[in-house]
Design a protein around this ligand. Structure first.
Ligand SMILES: [Fe+2]
Ligand SMILES: [Fe+2]
Length: 341
């Protein structure tokens, strides 16, 4: 898998207008919590009342290019949120496709420019059918151009075999995952070879999309070793993968009170993000982008001044290996004590 079909590969820390940071948030320092209870399973999904596919409400948010979020449902009650639209360009979020309580709540995103389109973090087999049906309100599957994967997790790209089978889309992912993601594809499935993959180097790159492009922004170790985010320069939305994820948030609309929102992000980031060093490495790059909205794969987006607040917060956060105690006395339980011979 050596194919790279990006218009150009950027030096890390590209151009653009830096964000103005609006104050710094310093979290309280708590001990290492190894439990997974903070996994962002949003039990309180937005309830879906059946209706025809029509606009139900609009949420006005005061941020430059991203003017309104308009929410629609199809006849099955699936929700779609239009994050941005102009004559040639649209960004749609699908925040409530996960059914049941077993799968983590996850957002999928569609970016369209002219006749080309990119589906970002489409999820696993759990989501393929409802998401493909929801997409049919916007495009024909045979016209989908890209599947963009922020990293390799099942909730991100577990259904890659179906997207390769039922669409002509090419998979955009980190070069580090180019030989692992194909393990989700049966060997007998046709038309799945390396020419269906666009492998992005560590420095990131530009992916042509209609008359515009998406920028693959490196966010390595946040949380995956080869981790990409996708920045849309038209809407100025950063699709941030797991970074910025929040837990237990109900209605899909922008964060209203950043300080009140921090506890919904804290435990997840402390456990899943690799280290403060990785956070600081990312923050320097994020400030090079002109970001109107950070749209994570789980939970709700952050807009306007909260973009800068989030960058400041994550830059200061101790997480992952920072929190591993290195001087504790280790006394592993003998197997015999647990009843094993
Ligand atoms: Fe993940
Ligand atoms: Fe995730």
């Amino acid at each position: 898998m050596a194919t790279v079909s990006v218009r150009s590969v950027l030096r890390s820390g590209g151009g653009g207008r830096p964000n103005k940071c609006m104050g710094r948030y310093r979290p309280s320092q708590a001990g290492f919590n190894p439990s997974f209870e903070s996994h962002p399973v949003a039990r309180g999904r937005v309830s879906a009342s059946p209706s025809r596919f029509c606009p139900l409400m609009q949420v006005n948010i005061a941020v430059g290019a991203v003017r309104t979020m308009s929410l629609s449902r199809n006849e099955k009650g699936d929700m779609a949120v239009e994050l941005f639209a102009n004559d040639a360009h649209r960004c749609i979020a699908f925040p409530d496709m996960v059914r049941g309580d077993d799968g983590v709540q996850a957002n999928q995103f569609l970016v369209m420019d002219g006749s080309e389109s990119a589906l970002i973090d489409p999820g696993g087999a759990l989501l393929y059918t409802p998401l493909s049906l929801a997409l049919s309100g916007y495009l024909k599957l045979r016209d989908l151009t890209y599947i963009c994967a922020s990293h390799q997790d099942p909730d991100v790209i577990g259904s890659v075999d179906r997207w390769l089978m039922y669409t002509p889309a090419r998979v955009v992912c980190s070069r580090l995952w180019g030989r692992f993601i194909p393990h989700s594809v049966p060997h007998y499935q046709k038309n799945t070879s390396h020419d269906r993959y666009i492998l992005i180097d560590d420095a990131g790159g530009l992916i042509a999309l209609g008359r515009s492009h998406l920028r693959a922004v490196p966010a390595h170790f946040l949380h995956s070793v080869g981790n990409l985010q996708f920045y849309d320069p038209v809407s100025r939305i950063l699709f941030s993968g797991d970074l910025g994820a929040s837990v237990g948030v109900m209605e899909y609309k922008p964060v209203a009170d950043f300080d009140a929102h921090v506890p919904k992000m804290l435990s997840f980031h402390r456990r899943y993000m690799a280290s403060n060093r990785a956070c600081r490495w990312w923050a320097r790059r994020a400030r090079q982008l002109d970001i109107a909205m950070i749209a994570p794969q789980h939970g709700i987006p952050m807009v306007g001044a909260d973009v800068g607040r989030f960058i400041d917060w994550i830059e200061d956060l101790e997480c992952g290996v920072d929190l591993l105690p290195v001087d504790e006395v280790v006394d592993l339980l003998p197997a015999e004590a647990a009843g094993f011979n």
